[in-house]
Design a protein around this ligand. Sequence first.
Ligand code: 13P
Ligand code: SF4
Length: 300
Amino acid sequence: MENLVEKILSLKKEKDAVIVAHNYQRGEVQDIADYTGDSLQLARIVRELPNKIVVVAGVYFMGETAAILSPDKKILIPRIDASCPLAEMITVEDIRKIRREYPDHAIVTYVNSTAEIKAESDICCTSANAVNVVNSLPQEKIYFTPDRNLAQWVKKHSSKEIKWWDGYCPVHRRLKKEDVISLKRQYPDAKFVAHPECEPEVLELADHVCSTSGLYPYARETDARVFIIGTEEGVIHRLKKENPDKEFIPASEKLVCPNMKKITLRDIYLSLKEEKFEIKIPEDIRLRALNAVEKMAQIS
Ligand code: 13P
Ligand code: SF4
């Protein structure tokens, strides 16, 4: 593995490339990355970088979002088959039908979506800013896609009329309220922190609900010593590094995203060496998707 790390570092230097990794990536992938973050942070970082080649270690829509924002760069994704099932749960036909059926609704789309779906939406949001985005829109009627749990979380924090598409994250859905109740019994002083993609009855048990990037300041600034983590286990790598005196317990052993975990150091090496797999988005779709992403950026 050391040899692979050296090869990656030397290729990175030779090609003046940068690696960014999502918080759910394998520990060794996070360690070799120049930057780690949540899906939106990564896209923003990529846009600011002067480098022409960027490897996005994350699922496909994350590479796509970076490519929407940075058409001047070569955006590489190490595994073309690392997809997000949630992003695939709605089609262009579906969203056009929503538009026809609910012409007076603003279509708000979570960034866990394809470029085509973003292009059909009025505005995007992330798990970090969804409530803010919805509340700041002039429309009182909202159609939220594709995640039903994030939609219901927003509904709890908004007076607007919200409908939603019935998509969900298959990984977060595996976490059951019984898992949390049992861990809370075992660790009565622990704080339970959850991602808004969890089921509503799980979120009801949470001391704090936040995006993957929201976890780090919460763990740092909260006095508790033990945290039960209600999101993909990859976040625990940095949480432990940043808080060696605290304990982080996965809320369920099942909170592993198989698509995120596809990317290995070898894939990163091959991605840099062969400059694959480059993300290309047709320009008309990119521009319309950019409009929805930029509108979100203006709000948050
Ligand atoms: P974040 O935007 O919070 O990083 O979440 C992305 C994701 O895929 C959650 O499952
Ligand atoms: Fe998609 Fe869920 Fe994996 Fe996040 S954890 S990338 S939403 S499948």
